[in-house]
Design a protein around this ligand. Structure first.
Ligand SMILES: [Zn+2]
Length: 222
């Protein structure tokens, strides 16, 4: 719809005596920058939703595309099959592409599907946490609360949440769009590697080699 709309208006001059051009309203210069987009989303968050979840999320300072992804997940704005169906998009089958046993909503796909629960179980054991996994994304995210985990590097626990959900979504899309095979072990491996790259880039005193760190992750996670 967006592409058709743009095709339609592109052929029509909007202002007769001036050249039409694109303007980004999020910045006084009219030019798009990732920073201004970030600020805009932050403002919307601050104005619209007095919710500590979003506040926590923006404070994590992880790559912007991952923050935006997590923000969409927490607000249930990802195009899961059930969300597409709700928006009247024709979806032939709303079942979870991973297990085919339940409707694909965010709570199932990311937290309750039998293909992903082993990932959460295993990682909970790294921080000696044992609790039921809420199905609501916000509740699940809040359970990854540093105050519930001892240690100075508690922020990692929230990074881990973003890394895992991000990797599940990537693999799920590969399965749907490229007919790739969904492998929970691969999700785990990819998520561990991605987290390691964040530690290398975001923690000044972290210099451990990937093999060294990942081979004993349960002891070295925190
Ligand atoms: Zn499933």
């Amino acid at each position: 719809m967006a592409i058709n709309f743009l095709n339609d208006i592109e052929r029509q001059p909007i202002q007769m005596h001036r050249r039409d051009g694109w303007v980004w309203r999020g910045d006084p210069s009219g030019h798009y920058t990732a920073q201004s987009n970030y600020n805009l989303l932050r403002e919307e968050t601050a104005d619209g939703i007095q919710d500590s979840v979003y506040h926590e999320l923006w404070k994590l300072k992880v790559p912007l595309k991952c923050t935006i992804f997590a923000w969409r997940l927490l607000r249930d704005r990802l195009p899961t099959k059930i969300n597409l169906h709700r928006r009247q998009v024709e979806v032939s089958d709303t079942s979870c592409p991973l297990c085919r046993n339940a409707v694909e909503d965010a709570g199932h796909l990311f937290f309750h599907c039998r293909k992903v629960t082993p990932i959460w179980w295993e990682s909970s054991s790294w921080v000696s946490q044992s609790a039921a996994f809420p199905k609501d994304p916000k509740m699940h995210f809040l359970q990854h609360d540093p105050s519930m985990v001892d240690g100075l590097r508690a922020k990692r626990w929230k990074w881990w949440w973003i890394v895992v959900t991000w990797t599940i979504w990537k693999q799920r899309n590969k399965l749907i769009f490229s007919n790739d095979f969904f492998d929970s072990n691969k999700v785990m491996d990819d998520a561990v590697f991605l987290l390691w790259t964040w530690l290398r880039n975001l923690e000044k005193d972290f210099s451990m080699h990937f093999n060294q760190w990942s081979s004993n992750i349960s002891a070295r996670f925190m």
